[in-house]
Design a protein around this ligand. Structure first.
Ligand code: FCA
Length: 378
């Protein structure tokens, strides 16, 4: 699980200066969103009110929202937790972590799915109408950052960005918004190292092998991860000429399936594929594409990132081309960001500007054990 960024644990959350020291450790351990840009700065208050009245903010884990509005909850601090892809297990696990923090500290968490800019603005108004004091958000588009900050200030809500860091109008990260996310380059590098090691173990001839990198360069954390994987495998000796980027239009399984399918059509000469992407979902889509083209699982090595969106895949009785994943603690990130926000609202403690998490390599061999140990599965 996640630990304080002061104590530099084996894995977890780290301040940015601790990251370099962790790079080697990660390598050794191994063991869009819909990019809707219909950004409307003014959200009709009537819609917000109707939304509240219609109970949009009540419910369970379904994509949408959940809020404990029972009598016992009255008077408690309310905090929002907004995620871009509520259907992705990663974000559901983040919500679970936030709920754990809420139970521990006695605040209320309001969970909202925000797949596009319009929904983000609606959610902020909704939160204000419900009396919330702040929110954690993984935005559907990092360029919404300035608009989100303006709207949150107007509503007197504090904001923490999780996973996807806000980008300002100048194209630079908005350092004034506290951020917690993956140490993306390092985690990507560990994917590259692990792919190369497994390729060697299987004694694949390099001249028959291709590296399919499903990319989403619009998002910094995504680009850093796939760039990291490419840099590491090149440094290990894999030829640059056999590395093939496959840009995905949407960050879901169909998006990466389509991207990989195009690549496979372009390279019928490749007999064995290594696969990386920004996350598990990206690798899953590409693995499905190789299956559709008749590649046997033993001729495919896919390694994802997240570790939360591949549990069913790794549980399949027969191994597939999805070999493993770099697990990062989604519940830990949810817990920590919600906890930081709570302290900020309650005690005025400003969160650290930039906190990073690291990964641990899981495969069919160890995933049940590691996920249990990390509190991700019971
Ligand atoms: C991005 C990805 C998610 C997860 C998160 C940490 O938001 O889309 O799948 O990897 O970073």
């Amino acid at each position: 699980m996640l630990r304080s960024n002061r104590r530099a644990p084996e894995r977890g959350i780290f301040s940015s200066e601790e990251i370099l020291c962790k790079r080697l450790a990660i390598a050794l351990t191994h063991g869009l969103p819909r990019f809707t840009m219909k950004f409307r700065p003014v959200f009709c208050p009537l819609v917000a009110a109707l939304c509240v009245l219609a109970g949009c903010s009540k419910g369970s884990d379904r994509p949408g929202a959940a809020s404990d509005t029972s009598g016992a909850a009255k008077g408690r601090i309310k905090l929002g937790f907004l995620v871009k892809q509520p259907e992705e297990p990663w974000f559901q696990f983040e919500w679970k972590g936030a709920e754990k923090a809420a139970a521990q500290y006695g605040f209320e968490v309001i969970k909202l799915g925000v797949p596009d800019g319009e929904k983000v603005m609606a959610a902020i108004d909704n939160l204000a109408a419900l009396g919330a004091r702040g929110f954690v958000i993984c935005t559907p588009d990092v360029r919404l950052g300035p608009g989100i900050v303006t709207q949150a200030r107007r509503r007197n809500l504090k904001v923490i960005a999780v996973d996807d860091q806000f980008v300002g109008p100048d194209g630079k990260f908005m350092a004034e918004v506290p951020y917690l996310g993956m140490s993306a380059t390092e985690i990507g590098e560990s994917v590259g190292h692990a792919l190369f090691a497994e390729m060697k173990r299987r004694q694949w001839p390099v001249e028959e092998t291709g590296f399919c990198v499903v990319t989403f360069i619009e998002l910094d954390t995504a680009r850093n991860r796939t760039d990291g994987a490419i840099a590491a495998i090149k440094a290990a000796g894999f030829p640059a000429s056999r590395i093939f980027p496959a840009p995905q239009k949407t960050t879901d399984v169909p998006g990466s399936f389509d991207a990989a399918n195009i690549l496979l059509t372009q390279h019928p000469e490749v007999k064995r594929w290594l696969i990386a992407a920004l996350n598990d979902t990206g690798v899953l889509g590409a693995v499905r594409a190789t299956e559709g083209r008749g590649f046997a699982p033993e001729n495919v090595i896919g390694i994802g990132i997240n570790g939360t969106d591949c549990i069913d895949e790794l549980r399949k009785q027969k191994p597939t081309g999805f070999f493993g994943s770099m697990l990062v603690s989604a519940p830990g990130e949810g817990f920590r960001t919600a906890e930081l926000l709570y302290h900020w609202v309650k005690d005025g403690t400003t969160p650290p500007a930039d906190t990073r998490t690291t990964g641990i390599f899981i495969t069919r061999e160890n995933f049940e054990q590691v996920l249990k140990r990390e509190g991700i599965i019971p």
